[in-house]
Design a protein around this ligand. Structure first.
Ligand code: DLL
Length: 437
């Protein structure tokens, strides 16, 4: 195992010390949201709990869950615990409807974020000797900016490359001597292909040592392909906008799961159908409570991500709990090249486009290493089929709407009215042909 530095003392606390910190911070967080956020106050009252009831860590289970729809219902800033004036950054990710899920950070939240990213990049091998190329999209997405602050904090040289423009990525990688690649795993595989097309052998002609991947699921086979192709040691990390962005958890070089920064996040695993809390090692939905955030503390957030928690000490010396690879989601959210999309959002775009009906089918597949989405949607009026021009125009419009509203590029096929399959029970509108994550 490659030995890496441990960034902060909190990663090695014994269980009793950690639990004491967690309880104190949990109590503060619960009081904070109760005081500042009407949504939480009402929900706690409806459930007959108040901050004073949280006397032990187990009392967390008395509190109600928070779900993604709570963000939609309180759009844009209703869940914030800090006045708008104290916010220094906003980010957003896909919501369950056309409106995004908005998140905000105070100055202190930005410091916390930087610290937590410093932990995960350090455990993945990155030091101040490294040149890190961030190939996540810079913008409302938390991935790129989040990694940037933490990488700079450890002293790495950051190239804020953003995603896309792949040939230029490779050129910069070669010319700047990039040693760490930060991206989604699927994009990293695609970049290797393009490098080869350019006559560059990613393993021998470039200087990469580390790959830090996240934002979407990946398999061990994919890790092997990435390591072999680029000649790197790759780790993955996990995060979510609502919780902070990247930095919630990351793999160390022992590769025994992703260490959760438990002095900032309390994880639980529940049965997604009953809400019952499950034990260590059991597989279920990850629920997280943030315990240090100021602007947007979240109590018992249902992530919908399926995983398990492991408390045995890791070979790396850290004592923080590890979560296993995400095994899937308990909802229907699709992740297309790191962009999160709900089928319901696609439906909304389709329905709001004049000339096409509510019957559609979505196919998701891989082309090379990239996620592609193809949508068959019925025309309401068969007469369109007689005019190539009208058909083209409509097709262009649907694609443009999907791009503007959801940020996805899609293949759209306009098909005859009543030609798609009808369902008597639950409609199966999404066919995901990508390999099992
Ligand atoms: O994807 C944050 C992030 C950026 C994490 C960069 C790591 C690196 P969202 O856009 O809000 O935030 O998407 C969160 O992405 O609930 C998971 O379903 C999925 N996801 C993130 N990391 C992983 C991972 C960022 N390592 C959603 N494995 C989460 C599997 C992941 N799924």
């Amino acid at each position: 195992m490659i030995q890496t530095k441990i960034w902060s003392r909190e990663e090695t606390l014994d269980r009793e010390q950690m639990r004491a910190i967690q309880l104190e911070r949990l109590q503060k967080t619960v009081a904070r949201v109760y005081e500042n956020v009407p949504h939480y106050r009402k929900k706690f009252k409806d459930n007959g709990v108040e901050p004073g009831d949280i006397k032990t860590l187990e009392d967390l289970q008395k509190l109600p869950f928070t779900v993604k729809a709570d963000f939609r219902d309180n759009y844009p800033f209703g869940l914030f615990s800090s006045p708008k004036k104290d916010l220094v950054r906003f980010h957003a990710s896909s919501g369950t409807t056309g409106k995004p899920t908005v998140v905000g950070y105070t100055r202190k939240d930005m410091e916390t974020w930087r610290e937590l990213i410093a932990r995960i990049v350090t455990m993945a091998g990155v030091t101040d000797e490294d040149v890190a190329q961030i190939s996540f999209g810079f913008g409302l997405f938390t991935g790129a900016f989040g990694l940037q602050h933490g990488l700079e904090h450890v002293g790495a040289g950051v190239i804020p490359m953003s995603s896309g423009n792949t040939k230029k990525q490779i050129m910069i990688m070669q010319d700047f001597g990039t040693t760490a690649l930060i991206s989604t795993p699927s994009y990293a595989l695609h970049m290797a292909e393009i490098a080869r097309e350019m006559g560059i052998d990613p393993k021998n002609d470039l200087n990469l040592k580390w790959g830090l991947f996240g934002g979407e699921g990946s398999t061990e086979a994919m890790r092997k392909a990435l390591n072999d192709e680029w000649g790197i040691f790759s780790t993955e990390n996990y995060g979510m906008s609502e919780l902070m962005g990247p930095g919630v958890a990351g793999e160390c070089t022992a590769l025994r799961g992703m260490h959760i920064s438990e002095d900032h996040f309390i994880p639980e695993i529940i049965n997604p159908d009953t809400g019952e809390v499950l034990g260590p090692g059991e597989t279920g939905e990850l629920v997280i409570t943030t315990i240090t955030k100021e602007a947007l503390p979240i109590v018992r957030y249902r992530t919908k991500d399926i995983t398990s928690l492991h408390y045995e000490k890791c070979d790396c010396g850290r004592t923080t709990v590890r979560m296993s690879k995400i095994q899937g989601r308990s909802d229907d959210m699709l992740i297309l090249g790191g962009v999160n999309v709900f089928p319901s959002q696609i439906e909304e775009v389709l329905i709001n486009t004049e000339g096409i009906g509510p019957h559609y089918q979505i196919k998701v597949f891989k082309k090379g290493h990239l996620d592609k989405i193809e949508i068959d949607v019925e025309l309401v009026d068969a007469n369109y089929l007689d005019s190539f021009k009208m058909l083209e125009e409509l097709n262009r419009k649907v694609k443009a709407n999907l791009r503007t509203v959801l940020g996805i590029d899609s293949i759209v096929n306009l098909v005859e009215p009543r030609s798609l399959q009808r369902f008597e029970g639950k409609a199966k509108r999404v066919i995901d042909m990508r390999e099992e994550k």
